[in-house]
Design a protein around this ligand. Sequence first.
Ligand SMILES: *Cc1c(COP(=O)(O)O)cnc(C)c1O
Length: 386
Amino acid sequence: MKTAARIAQLPPYLFAEIDRKVAQARERGADIISFGVGDPDLPSPPHVVEALVDAARDSATHRYPAYTGMPEFRRAIAAWYLRRFGVNLDPDTEIQPLVGSKEGIYHLPVAFLDVGDVALVPDPGYPVYETGTILAGGEPYLMPLAPERGWQPDLDSIPPKVLERARVMWLNYPSNPTAATVDVSFFDRAVEFCRSHGLLLAHDAAYTEITFDGYVAPSVLQSDGARSCAVEFHSLSKTYNMTGWRIGWVAGAPEAIEAIKRLKTNIDSGIFDAVQAAGVAALDGPQDHLAATVERYTQRRNLLCEGLASMGVALEPPRGSIYLWVPVPKGHNSESFTNLLLDEADLVAAPGTGYGPSGEGFVRFSITLSDDRLEEGVERLRKAFG
Ligand SMILES: *Cc1c(COP(=O)(O)O)cnc(C)c1O
């Protein structure tokens, strides 16, 4: 069987080696604790589950959903944007529901890149920006991120030759994997830059609601001019612990939303209406579940920071996301430190190089494991390295 060349073009799956080692360790009976996957362990809000069950009993939800999503869901998204960011969106022209935001993130390059066009992609970053670009026939240009610049790209260092061919710039704050956060002034500059170079600015806002210590994450759509050159992806996955439900949206520049709509009518047939009804309940309903989730994450973040400090890894506690982005101890690289954690403490973390070459020297710890497993993990850090 011959597969398409584009399959061979995909970057190697960097977790494959770890998966193999974990499987080996489990075979010898090891009790592995994984800080590897970023998938909320806490349940979805009960009133959201109720809304799903009620809606699923109504046979009107059993048919094909509308391509453009339920009007009630789009209106709930618009009301949420207004409450949360003071941004007043038209639910008909500026919002498109998605089958999880990953779906839209993957498809965006299909709608905006011709063969040979460039997408500017943060390195390290969520792998889908790069793979979506490659599979659309585009070329990713990796914007290296570094701690000295707060993990923000140096826009002025992007070569003019690259900018000539660039059509899209991806950003993601609070960031996966770096946990970096920005203030709205950074978005102001990025919007200005994208406008002057004719780029579509695509901001992945998956973690704007998971923030700590009083920090409030901005939306890119708050910046002047963003409404004509930017789109923003959001999802119920992290905000309401709904990763399994597959529901999100993209909002922003009407021309871009129109193109995404047109593409999607040819690909999927929308989100189960009962899931959208649950999405309305999540956005419109009480938000105490989110507050409780953030409180739990704050405790876990603190606990893990303390554990890492005991092994000599000093870390400024991040203001957002569900990750700690941890510099490896002297004498190690991402891979050797990941191996050390596994071999010496039966702990799994994600090597920074899995998110791009500039992730070298870091590992990512996710805080989405149960409190007792996290405590046990921290104990192991102390015992093995303290
Ligand atoms: C989790 C995550 C998403 C959300 O994906 P869904 O498809 O909405 O579940 C998007 N971007 C980043 C960076 C993420 O970490």
